[in-house]
Ligand binder design. Structure first.
Ligand code: G3P
Ligand code: CA
Length: 339
């Protein structure tokens, strides 16, 4: 019996019902790296704010430390959001990056975390939390689950986990088993059963298939969709994966897909009408949930003049089943304002 079960709320039930192919009421609000529009990504503070803002799920990107501890961090590198360059100036690899996998948990605990900076040292989102205030620490996955589980209990409102196994191919190359480590943490926390409020996500079909096959995990899986041109995962052709045959194949090991916005909406035509692709409709016809990323009110796609207009397009017209957003409060407000 998991802690959250007595508190089960419609969000968790909705995800489970959707996986079973039942009618859709309202899309899930997935807090992308927490309420990262307001507080530095993947800090416990950002997760607390997202929880309070009514997110249905809180996202975790997870990588391993040198001593095999799952850490909540978006990149396999530490340099984007921490002071690792100042703290450990001699520990970068030849490519100029500091890799989380080269540091023990004890070392990672000494890092200060703040707003994301680009390689030029400037904030990626200048209007967000002040970049000079690195007031936070890296959470382990176990700590973050304990934190969210505690909030679920104290608030009486359950927010689920939405865990991305980040860079599994990289971990394998380094001799690490990221899926095994993540599943162990989930089992230790009691978040490993079919009705646990958890999604597992990956850009790598092999990772998801292994969760389904070798590990027999009952947790619903989401196949993230990238562009081949991004070059993130070797040997994965996302064009093939999003063909009708590819979607049918995904449906055999995953509950849904997570495409990026540009794969569903491609600007406006000469008459000002949005250009909508058929990917969402084809995926849903194949029985798959559609959870696109990432909805940001401070980085709207071309041809969209407000966050509400963006949400209306994806929710009302495309009928997505969930959405990753840096601004869960605004998504929740949009959904609650609907008749
Ligand atoms: O996992 C969904 C979305 O977060 C994928 O993009 O790069 O933010 O992990 P990314
Ligand atoms: Ca992610």
């Amino acid at each position: 019996m998991t802690r959250w079960q007595p508190l089960l709320r419609p969000a968790a039930l909705l995800a489970l019902t959707l996986a079973a192919g039942a009618a859709v009421a309202e899309p899930l609000v997935i807090a992308h790296r927490g309420a990262s529009g307001y507080l530095p990504e993947h800090t416990l503070a950002a997760k607390a704010l997202a929880h309070g803002q009514g997110a249905d799920y809180l996202e975790q990107d997870v990588v391993l430390s040198a001593d095999d501890v799952p850490i909540v961090l978006h990149d396999i590198h530490l340099d984007g959001t921490t002071n690792v360059a100042e703290r450990f100036p001699d520990r970068a690899r030849a490519d100029g990056h500091w890799y989380a996998i080269d540091f023990t948990l004890a070392e990672l605990r000494t890092l200060a975390v703040g707003e994301r900076l680009g390689r030029d040292g400037a904030p990626v989102f200048p209007g967000r939390f002040p970049a000079d205030r690195r007031l936070f620490q890296l959470p382990t996955l176990a700590e973050e689950i304990a934190f969210i589980d505690g909030l679920n209990g104290s608030s009486g409102r359950v927010a689920g986990l939405y865990i991305e196994l980040k860079g599994d191919h990289f971990h394998r190359k380094e001799g690490k088993d990221l899926p095994a480590a993540v599943l162990q943490v989930l089992e230790d926390a009691g978040y490993h059963e079919a009705d646990s409020p958890v999604f597992l996500q990956s850009f790598e079909p092999a990772t998801l298939k292994r969760l389904a096959g070798e590990f027999r995990s009952p947790l619903p899986r989401i196949q993230l969709i990238a562009e081949n041109a991004w070059g993130g995962v070797p040997d994965v052709d996302y064009e093939t994966l999003t063909s009708d045959a590819g979607l049918a194949a995904i449906a055999r090991y995953a509950a849904g897909i997570g495409p990026w916005l540009g794969q569903l909406y491609q600007g406006s035509d000469d008459a000002g009408e949005p250009r909508i692709t058929d990917l969402a409709a084809r995926a849903q016809a194949a029985g798959l949930l559609v959870h696109p990323y990432t909805f940001r009110s401070d980085a709207l796609p071309p041809g969209i003049d407000s966050f509400d207009a963006l949400l209306a397009l994806f929710v009302d017209r495309l009928g997505v089943d969930g959405l990753f957003t840096d601004f869960p409060d605004k998504a929740r407000h949009f959904l609650e304002s609907k008749p």
